[in-house]
Design a protein around this ligand. Structure first.
Ligand SMILES: *Cc1c(COP(=O)(O)O)cnc(C)c1O
Length: 371
């Protein structure tokens, strides 16, 4: 017996995915094209141009990797880390920890610099660690979704250049929600995900690679230990300059349609306006939830506006209330991870959800449940 599937529409105010516009959903229903079809290649090329604008980079190699944000992380690691590569990683949450793990799996020599969860990495500590370790790559998370910290990149570009190291940024939750200026920051390698502030379903990981990083890549000694994620092969399909395109793997056609539409919507709104909308929503959310006893975990200057972390009120039944919000009000909020489990909520205000209506819905529900 077959059963038609139509899930309940819910308000996704967790750490991603977030709700996406009807236009993005519609884009996914467009007729399929072959991945070598000129019409499709041109849609992919448009995505590359729009991604450069969103990342604020001139990098020729900027395209969506097939897979979610973690695939972009894996892609950069398998291509830019080989046995013996010294990888310096700032760890102030789950995702810095994941970068360190992935680099180790690939055979990199990893040095973690740990920071208290809920605080940013400091240039001082990274500078001291770099002096001792002489890294080939320095990795920093721009928006730590496990703790709600936005990382200022000031000084990291110069630090990387001092050691002739590449600088890698995890921009999964910052991209299109908070300022990202890759070229000005001196970032060589970055990845993101579609389901956070780009307001698109999960399934693609926009990545970018600087010319400096490509020079380093050309000097690799070991072969890339992956077929699917090998930059040398993928580039033959996604294209560079006027070279002919060759099949490598089938592009996820409908996802690329969705990304195209989502990027067009981001640029239609304008990046500055979009950052401001996320900031206004974050400020409003924090002020509105104060009356229940929620206190922000992160100092204002390091706040990741699309993902607000709040310490819970005294004696708060966090799992019970979270379950009730989901079952009775169809509102999803996120719980804490690792050392912050049971101590915080993570409330997503990503993409189109960064507005007063979503906050009013959450407030109304909380008024009824705990008010
Ligand atoms: C969500 C996220 C990832 C992982 O992305 P997936 O799409 O879950 O694979 C990596 N880094 C950060 C900062 C994230 O928020």
């Amino acid at each position: 017996m077959s059963k038609a599937l139509f899930p309940t529409e819910k308000l996704l105010m967790g750490p991603g995915p977030c709700n996406v516009s009807a236009r993005v959903r519609g884009a996914m229903a467009m007729p399929l094209l072959g991945h070598m079809d000129k019409e499709f290649i041109s849609i992919m090329d448009d995505c590359k141009v729009m991604l450069r604008e969103v990342y604020d980079t001139k990098n020729e190699v900027t395209f969506p990797v097939s897979g979610t944000g973690s695939a972009g992380m894996d892609f950069l690691m398998v291509n830019f880390v080989e046995p013996g590569t010294r990888v310096l990683v700032a760890v102030n949450g789950v995702f810095g920890g994941r970068i360190a793990n992935v680099s180790e799996k690939i055979g990199g020599t990893v040095k973690r610099v740990d920071f208290e969860w809920g605080t940013p990495a400091t240039l001082e500590a990274m500078t001291a660690a770099a002096a001792e370790f002489e890294p080939h790559i320095i990795c920093v998370v721009n928006g730590e979704t496990s703790t709600g910290v936005y990382q200022d990149f000031g000084g990291f570009g110069d630090l990387a250049r001092k050691y002739d190291a590449l600088l890698l940024a995890d921009c999964v939750t910052s991209l299109a929600g908070m300022p990202v200026h890759l070229d000005a920051w001196g970032v060589d390698l970055a990845y993101s995900g579609t389901q956070k502030c780009l307001a698109c379903p999960p399934g693609l990981s926009p990545v970018t690679v600087s010319a400096r990083a490509l020079e380093r890549y050309a000097k690799r000694k070991a072969p890339v230990p992956s077929f699917y994620l090998d930059l040398n092969e993928i580039i033959k399909y996604v294209g560079s300059g006027s070279a002919a395109r060759a099949y490598h793997h089938t592009a996820p056609i409908s996802m690329v349609y969705a990304l195209h539409q989502a990027l067009a919507e981001v640029l239609e709104e304008g990046l500055e306006a979009r950052w401001k909308r996320h900031k206004d929503a974050a400020t409003h959310l924090i002020a509105s939830l104060k009356k229940f006893g929620f206190e922000p975990l992160v100092a204002e200057k390091s706040r990741l506006n699309p993902l607000i972390t709040l310490r819970l009120p005294e004696g708060f039944d966090e799992a019970g209330i979270r379950a009730k919000l989901l079952s009775d009000y169809k509102i999803e909020v996120g719980s804490g991870l690792g050392p912050l489990a049971g101590k915080i909520w993570r409330i997503g205000l990503m993409g189109n959800n960064a507005n007063r209506n979503t906050i009013a819905a959450l407030l109304g529900a909380l008024d009824e449940v705990i008010g």
